[in-house]
Ligand binder design. Structure first.
Ligand code: TMP
Length: 219
């Protein structure tokens, strides 16, 4: 998915709750949990309400980020866990500085697929890298920019595994990896204020309604 801008032609911040800053909303979850579908549905809802916003994702979404994504997902690459982490946070720094902060500064909401929690779940719980190190690198990469809301689209590992098509380096990991990532996600979301667990086996429109119900929307 390329960086998609939408809602731009509307009156500035028409649907925003007056006096409230634009929100930074992150969707997390395993591969094939429906994050891209939800970004599209949420974007339609915000557009209908006249809320200026962008949809974006990690890794990718900047020029250097797209190059990093190709390497990171290429099943032919052999990448050490620490290298993988460093490339993810390099991508994140470009994304935060080049896309997310400018959008928020322009008054646009940011709807983002994956952010810092992905590195904690995949490189931390999945690959076994030190969580404190990942937090520190995340802080460095983001300058401390935290999402306002994180929605974890949760799937049982067997279901996540069944849905993947083994197309990329992460999807090619086994069920054990998926199980570790899921356990990590559940722990992380439990400890996050404004973190919400969403059942990703529900129909897409129901999931979208559940997310919308948590967001401070006018009208
Ligand atoms: P996507 O398919 O959801 O766009 O994500 C690509 C893969 O990158 C996905 O399998 C998860 C992985 N990933 C990490 O391992 N760590 C990270 O920090 C991010 C952002 C993604």
């Amino acid at each position: 998915m390329n960086l998609a801008e939408s809602g731009e032609k509307r009156a500035p911040a028409a649907g925003n709750v007056p006096g409230r800053k634009p929100l930074f909303v992150v969707l997390e979850g395993p591969d094939a949990s429906g994050k891209t579908t939800q970004l599209k549905l949420l974007s339609q809802e915000l557009t209908q309400r006249g809320i200026p916003h962008i949809t974006t994702r990690e890794p990718g979404s900047t020029q250097v980020g797209e190059a990093l994504r190709r390497v990171l997902l290429d099943p032919k690459q052999q990448i050490r866990p620490l290298t993988e982490l460093l490339l993810m946070v390099a991508d994140r720094h470009e994304h935060v500085e080049g896309v997310i902060r400018p959008a928020l500064a322009a008054g646009k909401w940011v709807l983002c697929s994956r952010y810092t929690m992905s590195s904690l779940a995949y490189q931390g719980h999945g690959r076994g890298l030190d969580l404190a190190l990942i937090r520190e690198l995340n802080r460095l990469a983001t300058g401390g920019l935290e999402p306002d809301y994180v929605f974890l689209l949760d799937l049982p590992p067997q279901e996540a595994y069944r849905r993947t098509q083994m197309r990329d380096r992460f999807e090619g990991e086994g069920l054990t990896f998926f199980t570790q990532v899921r356990a990590g996600y559940l722990e992380l979301i439990r400890n996050l204020p404004r973190g919400y667990l969403i059942d990703a086996t529900a129909p897409p429109h129901e999931i979208c309604r559940e997310i919308l119900a948590r967001l401070p929307l006018s009208g």
